[in-house]
Design a protein around this ligand. Structure first.
Ligand code: NVA
Length: 366
């Protein structure tokens, strides 16, 4: 028989369409056996900060002290969520080194709930191809029995030509060519082509009946078309024009905290662009930028993200929001917006590629 929390969560229908309504059921990732994803160097140099790109080679685990502390941080986060009455699911324990994979910590990247649909990413990265099947396969079967419509990714073609022709820009690697696409140019050369649908669902963010998406180095036009075609009826995909040739995942650039309040990074997307689309064309939506510049930290390293990862927060409801306990300026900023930050240790999880938003999949919100 179900526990008390299970019984309560079953009272809620399988439904989630935004990032802020009271959270009832969630997946929290796990960090054990995380490995640096081995992808072509033009991809890694394009989307990851410089300094660590040599680490992204086959069979290279993240340093053990980092995965071990990240594991404790995720376990603690799961316990705190449970103490707030949220039903928490965890991925299967997978040795990612055995399958040339990456991690089970960044759950957000692979699964998105819109209404009662769960959409699986068509990953561009080969290292992530089996991630959802291995880590969430049995959970997805259970969720399908509970009324979710689970849309599994089609197998990529063999051979997969997603990288063909994308590793150069005027004869040099796009990541190192000083004349390659820079911020300010509007036609970036992405690290993948459009030969098959490719997308990470972390390139999408939900504002109720509107889902925003972006082109990025892991999401192509065929991927956007696939998501648009697979949304439930009455939901619309709106494509944001972002100005970031290094783009990979939207959730450190645009995050709604509650209905009517979102934070965004103006280096990536302008307010004018956001205001072109409903519901943000309504002045009831307040759009706010960070009043401080997040600083690069020395240790533990952000191997895979910019310091704007401070924005990658998770709303428990329209008031409370989880943030990394060391992000004091972020805490003050959120308090000034009328939010109540819940600070938790999370800096080692951040090393693996994301923070609270990246490490979760909200399955059911009220
Ligand atoms: N790639 C982006 C988003 C990460 C969640 C960044 O590094 O800021």
């Amino acid at each position: 028989m179900g526990s008390i929390t299970e019984t309560r969560s079953l009272e809620h229908p399988p439904f989630c369409e935004d990032e802020w309504s009271p959270l009832h059921e969630v997946i929290v990732g796990r960090a054990e056996h995380s490995h640096f994803p081995s992808e072509p160097s033009h991809m890694i140099k394009t989307v990851c900060p410089p300094g660590y790109t040599h680490e992204f080679r086959p069979s290279n685990p993240f340093p053990q002290p980092i995965t071990s502390k990240a594991t404790s941080e995720l376990d603690n986060f799961a316990r705190v969520l449970e103490s707030h009455g949220v039903k928490v699911h965890r991925p299967e324990l997978v040795n990612w080194g055995d399958v040339s994979g990456y991690t089970g910590a960044m759950a957000r990247d692979g699964l998105m709930v819109v209404g009662n649909h769960i959409i699986e990413s068509c990953y561009a990265w080969k290292s992530r191809r089996d991630e959802v099947k291995l880590a969430y396969g049995s959970l997805l079967s259970t969720l399908a029995k509970r009324g979710f419509k689970v849309i599994r990714a089609p197998a990529p073609p063999e051979p997969d030509t997603i990288y063909d022709g994308c590793d150069i820009y005027n004869g040099e690697s796009i990541a190192t060519n000083p004349n390659g696409p820079q911020n300010g140019e509007h036609k970036p050369t992405w690290a993948i082509n459009n030969t098959r649908p490719a997308f990470d669902v972390a390139d999408f963010v939900r504002f109720g009946k509107t889902v925003f998406g972006q082109l990025s180095n892991v999401t192509n036009q065929a991927g956007l078309d696939y998501v648009a075609a697979n949304l439930p009826e009455s939901y619309t995909l709106r494509i944001l024009n972002v100005d970031s040739p290094r783009a990979m995942h939207i959730d450190a650039s645009l995050i709604p905290l509650r209905k009517g309040l979102a934070i965004y990074d103006p280096r990536v997307v302008t307010e004018e662009e956001l205001r072109r689309h409903p519901p943000l064309d309504n002045p009831e939506w307040k759009l706010v930028t960070l009043p401080f510049k997040p600083q690069v930290r020395e240790y533990p390293p952000l191997y895979m993200t910019s310091p704007y990862i401070v924005m990658n927060v998770l709303s428990l409801d329209e008031k409370r929001v989880f943030i990394n306990e060391e992000d004091k300026e972020m805490a003050e900023f959120l308090k000034g917006l009328g939010m109540e930050p819940i600070p938790l240790p999370f800096k080692h999880v951040q090393c693996l590629g994301g923070s609270f938003h990246c490490a979760t999949v909200d399955l059911i919100r009220e």
